[in-house]
Design a protein around this ligand. Structure first.
Ligand code: F6P
Length: 324
């Protein structure tokens, strides 16, 4: 293998730049030529591909977003789009790919490998932490800390006004962000898609809590079964029936995706990026480079997207016990 390409795809995550840097520098260290594909699969289809050098990735390790830009490509979902992408890669002489992204990225990579056989190794780049085959994904730690900082501020004003706040966090269909910032932020409740929500139980507990606490924080993961934070707040408010109690909703949204990556994310991104290039040279063809129990491991894309990584039950227990 003499020439590889790297791209970022799907929702961006803090640390993607650190990962691109690691891929480019490791490739050059190993005497490979390395190309950057812009806007993920979209750029692959359009041939937006440029040679990268060591200096192309200078001064980016600390930056959020991705210098290669990102996109969710509709075109790549079609056989015609993928064929066009393959033809472009052939034209550039690309023999291996590093794909940085989440489950959508790896679903595309798996199909593309099955159709055209270009070896691809993935790096787990998503704030959601919803990939099997790695304890943490690149960007998750930064997103949790961003959400936590916001929750700390909300707590100040919630306490000052004796209000109940429902704070919605991202995570798509998983509750990892909600659970970690819920524990760290001392939330009274955390609602996650992985478990069924009992609104009556929340109402009962909030009524009990009123004897000891005048304000509460409820973290709502965006993919929960009872709806978004606004809907949940309305349901709880209707059942509490207390005209003197004030309820507020804050949706944190895309601030969770931005910002300078934490040290933990930079280290994880650097490790995964370096390992992805080494993995290609070792012969991995449809695997993600993740870190499990401190060790780098390669997991087939099918497992990364098909198997579920559960939330540790102790984390949910912690919230119940510590919120009394
Ligand atoms: O997958 C990352 C993520 O931020 C999810 O947490 C969220 O549901 C989704 O992307 C939002 O996507 P978009 O930026 O396309 O609205």
């Amino acid at each position: 293998m003499k020439r590889i390409a790297v791209f970022t795809s799907g929702g961006d995550s803090p640390g993607m730049n650190a990962c691109v840097r690691a891929v480019v520098r490791t490739a050059i260290f190993k005497d490979l030529e390395v190309y950057g594909i812009y806007r993920g699969y979209e750029g692959m289809i359009e041939g937006d591909i440029k040679k990268m050098h060591s200096y192309s990735v200078s001064n980016i390790i600390q930056r959020g977003g991705t210098i290669l830009k990102s996109a969710r490509s509709e075109g790549f979902r079609t056989p015609e789009g993928r064929k066009k992408a393959y033809e472009n890669l052939k034209q550039f002489g690309i023999e291996g790919i590093v794909a940085i992204g989440g489950d959508g990225t790896f679903t595309g990579a798996k199909i593309f490998f099955e159709e055209f056989g270009i070896p691809t190794v993935g790096c787990p780049g998503t704030i959601d932490n919803d990939l099997y085959g790695t304890d943490y994904t690149i960007g998750f730690d930064t997103a949790v800390n961003t959400a936590l900082e916001a929750i700390d501020k909300i707590r100040d004003t919630a306490a000052a006004h004796d209000r109940i706040f429902f704070v919605e966090v991202m995570g798509r269909d998983s509750g990892f962000i909600a659970v970690e910032c819920g524990i760290g932020g001392g939330a009274e409740f955390v609602m996650v898609p992985e478990t069924k929500t009992d609104i009556d139980l929340i109402v009962k507990s909030l009524k009990n809590l009123r004897k000891t606490k005048s304000s509460s924080i409820i973290v709502v993961a965006e993919g929960g079964d009872e709806g978004n934070a606004e809907v949940v707040m309305q349901k709880v408010k209707d059942k509490i029936k207390d005209k003197n109690k004030e309820f507020k909703v804050t949706t944190l949204g895309h601030i969770q995706r931005g910002g300078s990556p934490t040290a933990r994310d930079r280290v994880l991104a650097s490790r995964c990026g370096m390992s992805a290039v080494e993995g290609l040279l070792l012969g991995h063809q449809f695997h993600m480079a993740g870190v499990v129990n401190q060790e780098v491991c390669f997991t087939p894309f099918a497992d990364c997207i098909g198997k579920t990584k559960p939330i540790h039950p102790d984390h949910l227990k912690l919230i119940d016990i510590l919120s009394i």
